[in-house]
Ligand binder design. Structure first.
Ligand code: UDX
Ligand code: ADP
Length: 459
């Protein structure tokens, strides 16, 4: 079938950029992105493109070229469902915070609501594509809901996991390493392959069964996260042995079997996917009584939590075992550079630990909105919200955040941090002036030459 109309439920970090690129590359297909969040849809429709709800390099330019032509944002979910031949489900699937599987399993309530919504509204056959990251066998559950509650129309369910990374989403979508489509119906698979085929070579479009597709997504993220935990584990050993983790990463990365990417030691990985997907994998393995498999993958998370904790412990210990009443400037709040997404950002956990020691935390991030910083901390529920408000300040100007600080903690690898006038920052800080570089982005010898006490990861 040649698809003429697509609907995407969920206008978030996955749905927004993915549909923008599909619309851009398929001018003959009308793409409608719908969401229950009216504010988010209004932001996507804002004439001023700097107000789009998601910051992603290259996204605004593509939205500008497609919006109002063949890309539309709306809250009219039912209309978009009914008019489309293909429906993508791109809603959030956070880790459950209640009940069975709490803290481990993915909460599928939003996905299920979408499936019920589609079943209720659809009056013609639909291809339903799961785009959100989901546990293995979710397609089966969606199918069951659609077939048991629908209006006797035919639904084909496909799994088409997203591999884009935030900050490079547009590039990743325009030149994907591969596109994965899992399904049973060959016709449905080929309909979706044709949508991607307008810009992706056919040999990069993999067709698999639905379960392999679902499991591949979890496995890809688990392997990527595992590399970071592996190099972070070595970083701690480097700090004890005077080896340098950057040198070790370079040396091992030149082995073509290992490869050089994803070997940057850091304060620990964040983002909406890695932790959630590994917890999912662990949960699934345990549910099949595969305890060795579950324990193996769980260690990736254990090490990541340890990395965040030892960073803040080290900071406190270095500041003479107390940060109470001291101003600690945090540069960066996003979980990585070039995004305004803060989900599971290491900065949140480091700040929370410092606040428990009664530090005054001054935050600057080039793209994260002020309210998000406090929301992220309040969400942890570690102390009354009033206390967070008193201890935390969020700044629009980095030099203000850094003025009179006892220490700087670099949380995100934003390029602009490298270009700051570190000499004048030094002059305006309390002495001794400490820098804790959680991303290894500054030059140790230059920083020490200025007079800083400089600490980084694994050096
Ligand atoms: C990840 C996957 O890369 C992507 O394929 C999937 O679709 C979604 O999950 P994302 O979470 O957006 O993407 O970003 P990614 O670049 O993978 O970074 C995740 C975290 O790991 C960030 O906090 C980043 O700073 C950290 N990281 C990454 C490191 O600490 N060291 C590295 O070498 C690489
Ligand atoms: P992701 O990173 O997976 O894209 P986001 O949280 O950025 O996650 O986006 C998911 C979007 O899905 C949110 O904007 C949310 O409002 C939307 N959403 C969740 N449930 C529904 C639903 N039942 N119908 C429509 N939109 C939904």
């Amino acid at each position: 079938m040649t698809i003429k109309k697509i609907c995407c439920i969920g206008a978030g970090y996955v749905g927004g950029p993915t549909m923008a690129v599909i619309a851009y590359k398929n001018p003959d297909i009308e793409v409608n992105i719908v969401d229950i969040n009216a504010d988010r849809i209004a932001a996507w429709n804002d004439e001023d493109l700097s107000n789009l709800p998601i910051y992603e390099p290259g996204l605004a330019e593509i939205v500008e070229k497609t919006r109002g032509k063949n890309l539309f944002f709306s809250t009219d979910i039912n209309k978009a469902i009914d008019e489309s031949e293909m429906i993508f489900i791109s809603v959030n699937t956070p880790t459950k915070t209640y009940g069975k599987g709490k803290g481990m399993a993915a909460d599928l309530k939003y996905v299920e609501l979408c499936a019920r919504n589609i079943a209720e509204v659809a009056t013609t056959d639909k291809i339903v594509v799961e785009k959100s990251t989901l546990p293995v066998r979710t397609a089966q559950a969606i199918k069951s809901i659609l077939h048991n509650t629908g209006n006797s129309v035919n639904f084909d369910v496909l799994s088409n996991p997203e591999f884009l990374a935030e900050g490079t989403a547009i590039q990743d979508l325009l030149s994907p390493d591969r596109v994965l489509i899992g399904g049973e119906s060959e016709d449905a698979i080929e309909s979706l392959a044709k949508v991607y085929g307008s810009w992706v070579d056919d040999d990069k479009i993999l067709r698999t069964n639905v379960w392999s597709s679902e499991l591949s997504k979890l496995t890809a993220n688990a392997f990527l996260a595992q590399r970071i935990s592996s190099i972070n584990a070595i970083s701690e050993l480097c700090e004890k042995t005077e080896a340098n983790v950057n040198e070790v990463a370079r040396a091992i990365g030149m082995d073509s079997r290992i490869g050089s990417k994803f070997l940057n030691a850091s304060i620990g990985f964040g983002g909406s996917c890695f932790q959630k997907d590994i917890l999912n994998l662990v949960y699934i393995a345990r549910s099949y009584n595969l305890h060795e498999v579950a324990d193996y993958w769980e260690q990736v998370i254990v090490l990541n939590d340890h990395q965040k904790r030892r960073f803040s412990d080290h900071l406190i210990k270095t500041l003479y075992n107390t940060v109470s009443g001291k101003k600690i400037a945090m540069l960066g709040w996003a979980f990585k550079k070039d995004t305004n997404d803060t989900r599971e950002s290491a900065a949140i956990y480091v700040a929370d630990h410092l606040l428990s020691e009664q530090a005054n935390v001054a935050v600057y991030d080039p793209k994260v909105e002020d309210f998000k910083v406090l929301n992220d901390l309040n969400y942890l529920n570690s102390r009354p919200e009033q206390e967070n408000r008193e201890l935390v300040s969020v700044h629009d100007n980095p030099y203000e955040a850094l003025k009179d600080a006892h220490a700087v903690a670099i949380m995100t690898e934003w390029d602009e941090f490298k270009t700051y006038d570190w000499r004048s920052i030094y002059d305006n800080m309390k002495k001794p002036a400490f820098v804790f570089d959680g991303r290894n982005i500054l030059d140790k010898s230059k920083m020490e030459e200025i007079g800083f006490e400089y600490y980084s990861i694994g050096q």
